[in-house]
Ligand binder design. Structure first.
Ligand code: PMP
Length: 281
């Protein structure tokens, strides 16, 4: 596998990061993940816009203009002959003597990119539907920043794995904030698609935005509002979205079946609409 490290394409085994990298010591960095379908990046400019915004929010200089990011991603996809999977990008505040405060302004950010092969469109979980548990949201107050500090999500996903389910939905003050690596949606019994409004309490999902757009185009009713765990238990459908899952049906929450306990019709339709969009992108 070929990865990208600070200006060079190198074999994965040869890529090394200094231990004084602030990403390693402090998780002082930002990341992005774009999907690749049929060898093409999906909704990639929106991911790069979010990368730029996240970097700006924590005062890391974006090392490349958008066109250069796209060129590097495209070259990495080609070098790895990636047809379906993910491109991971990470920028940290660079290598400096250990100190919480920012290093000198001329410290170059560290840049890492790699690909992962993954079946996204044909993921068998999308046929059966995913089981989900709820966990407490243990994160900080700026979840709109796509920081590499992911300890709360690591613990949430591990709780899901230990429970034998695919995802954990994080809960704060009785309302679902989002999944450990996805945006949470429910469909009410009167066919309203509900997801939490954007704020500092959750990541502005790129797939979320695309799905809301596709739902509006299809004349489906969308409500951006908080929803409780109890409301989710009583929903007729549920699903989650992310670059790596697209639209994933949820068939149970905390062991209770959602609706008929099968992927719901609106969820299936949104998944198909999203895949059609991704193929045409
Ligand atoms: N929320 C969180 C916490 C995530 O980690 C992710 C995946 N990066 C998402 C939502 C989904 O975002 P996107 O659709 O941009 O992949």
């Amino acid at each position: 596998r070929t990865v990208y490290l600070n200006g060079s394409f190198v074999p994965l085994e040869e890529a090394r990061i200094p231990i004084m990298d602030r990403g390693f010591l402090f998780a002082d960095g930002i990341y992005e993940v774009s999907a690749v379908l049929d060898g093409r990046l999906v909704d990639n400019e929106a991911h790069l816009a979010r990368l730029d915004r996240s970097l700006g929010e924590i005062g890391i200089r974006n090392p490349y203009p958008t066109a250069e990011w796209i060129r590097l991603e495209t070259e990495l996809v080609a070098r790895n002959d990636l047809k379906e999977g993910l491109v991971y990008m990470q920028v940290t505040r660079g290598v400096a003597e250990r100190d919480f405060a920012f290093p000198p302004a001329d410290t170059p950010p560290s840049v890492v990119m790699f690909t992962q092969t993954k079946s996204i469109r044909g993921n068998p979980l999308a046929e059966t539907g995913a089981k989900v548990i709820t966990v407490e949201d243990l994160r900080w107050k700026r979840r709109d920043i796509k920081s590499v500090a992911l300890l709360a999500q690591v613990l949430a996903k591990q709780a899901a794995a230990a429970a034998g389910v695919a995802e954990a939905w994080m809960v704060e003050d009785g309302s679902v904030t989002e999944g450990s690596s996805s945006t949470a949606f429910i469909v009410t019994t009167d066919r309203r698609i509900v997801t939490r409004p954007l704020s500092t309490a959750l990541l502005p999902g790129i797939t979320r935005a695309a799905v809301l757009h596709l739902a509006a185009e299809a004349n489906l009713t969308v409500e951006e509002r908080l929803f409780s765990v109890e409301e989710a238990y009583a929903a007729s459908e549920a699903f989650y979205t992310s670059a790596s899952a697209f639209v994933m049906p949820v068939v149970s929450l905390d062991g209770r079946p959602i609706g008929a306990g099968q992927p719901g019709p609106l969820t299936r339709r949104l998944r198909e609409l999203y895949i059609a969009m991704a193929k045409g992108a």
